[in-house]
Design a protein around this ligand. Structure first.
Ligand SMILES: [Zn+2]
Length: 404
């Protein structure tokens, strides 16, 4: 449902970027721009193909190239990286998104923020950092440091808020335990991003227990912008910044809106990144909107359970669709289990699911296999592997491997 207010904002957006934006001018040529639901979707493949055809930036810019001041790019884990440029005005809009999110989390000028990221070409940490420094926070960048050095930096500078991936929040806590350093109660809040763990109950419980700090989930995408944050009133979900985005949830096959409360693919239009906008962008993320009002009072769409998984890594196991986040939620309930990897083998006639894990004790295989069967209704082959043998991730952990 598009409200009258949103309708006019979308109309203004289209009038502002067309016809200068050649990609959308061609995509929407001859279409009735007022008939939003009939406008074609944009996919990442469309954007990559356009950049390949018109290197290096494609026809994806509204303004002359010299007006752009920032370049970021996607990870390219599922193909080539997408190059994304921003004008100063688009950058300001993204800092505004962060200002809103920091407000919802309760970050103020007296906070000291530690950003435990690499500061590579992804967008997220740069916008998070600059928005926090504008807010008046002391901001600590910790790219290129070892985990031990980051832990020391966090403690020495008395950081109050940590931003990192859920994996890394656990990894830092593990490092503190090994070094015998006390971290409980040091932080006030941990904003996690880059992986779905922040909204997975068992994962967030582990982080909150290790640090005795409240976890806030966040998500954003380099090509879209900072997008959604958990509110303080209701853990385990994400509010989409609906003042800055028009969000739709569609059936990934039919492309039609799903019923409220049903799982579908998140489709986004960013309303303020006018230099490099995306319209009806298929994020590839599965979400479920919680239609009940949120106790925080925000009218914004709330995604229950955060990002449930990617459309490209949903696992079909013997007639059931299984989300990697559901498997993670079962595995993370075992405090003795550290890193893990799930392999889905579809090369055999009955899809096989193999779970390898590192653990501090013996004899968990059978208990984990039973827990998976009880929760997800399939039997997995479960095995313990030596500690340190599985890959570690700084960003965008990919713990599910599909063999097709
Ligand atoms: Zn809320």
């Amino acid at each position: 449902m598009i409200t009258g207010h949103m309708n006019s904002r979308l109309a203004i957006l289209l009038r502002t970027i067309l016809p200068a934006h050649r990609f959308y001018a061609r995509k929407f040529a001859g279409l009735d721009l007022d008939d939003w639901a009939r406008l074609p979707f944009t996919t990442k493949d469309d954007l990559l193909a356009n950049q390949a055809e018109h290197p290096p930036y494609g026809e994806l810019l509204t303004e002359p190239l010299e007006n752009y001041t920032r370049l970021h790019q996607t990870s390219g884990t599922t193909g080539s990286p997408l190059r994304w440029l921003d004008t100063p005005a688009s950058w300001e809009w993204m800092l505004g998104c962060w200002r809103t999110m920091y407000g919802m989390v309760g970050v103020t000028a007296s906070d000291r923020l530690m950003l435990a990221f690499s500061f590579g070409p992804f967008l997220g940490f740069w916008t998070a950092f600059e928005a926090a420094s504008r807010l008046g926070c002391l901001c600590l960048a910790s790219g290129g440091l070892s985990t031990g050095a980051r832990l020391k930096m966090l403690l020495d500078n008395r950081a109050t808020v940590l931003l990192c991936t859920p994996t890394y929040a656990l990894h830092l806590a593990e490092c503190a335990r090994e070094q015998g350093v006390a971290i409980r109660g040091v932080l006030r809040a941990i904003i996690v991003a880059g992986e779905p763990g922040g909204s997975i109950p068992a994962t967030r419980a582990r982080i909150e227990d290790a640090w005795q700090a409240r976890v806030f989930d966040h998500t954003g995408m380099t090509e879209i912008g900072p997008l959604a944050i958990e509110c303080s009133a209701r853990p385990g979900g994400l509010h989409v910044l609906e003042d800055d985005y028009f969000a739709e949830v569609v059936d990934p096959v039919k492309g039609e809106p799903v019923s409220p409360g049903d799982i579908g693919e998140l489709v986004l239009t960013n309303l303020g990144r006018l230099g490099s906008p995306l319209i009806r962008y298929r994020t590839g993320d599965f979400v479920r909107v919680d239609p009940s009002p949120c106790p925080c009072g925000s009218p914004w769409m709330r995604l229950e359970g955060g990002i449930l998984g990617r459309t490209d890594d949903m696992i079909a196991v013997r007639g059931n669709n299984v989300y990697p986040s559901a498997l993670e939620n079962v595995i993370r309930r075992f405090p003795e289990i550290g890193e893990y990897r799930v392999t889905i083998d579809q090369t055999v006639s009955l899809t096989a699911v193999r779970v390898e894990f590192e653990a501090s004790i013996d004899g968990l295989e059978e208990r984990l296999a039973i827990a998976i069967r009880d929760a997800l209704l399939f039997r997995a082959e479960v095995s313990r592997v030596p500690t340190g043998s599985l890959p570690r991730f700084e960003m965008k952990a990919r713990r599910v491997v599909v063999k097709r």
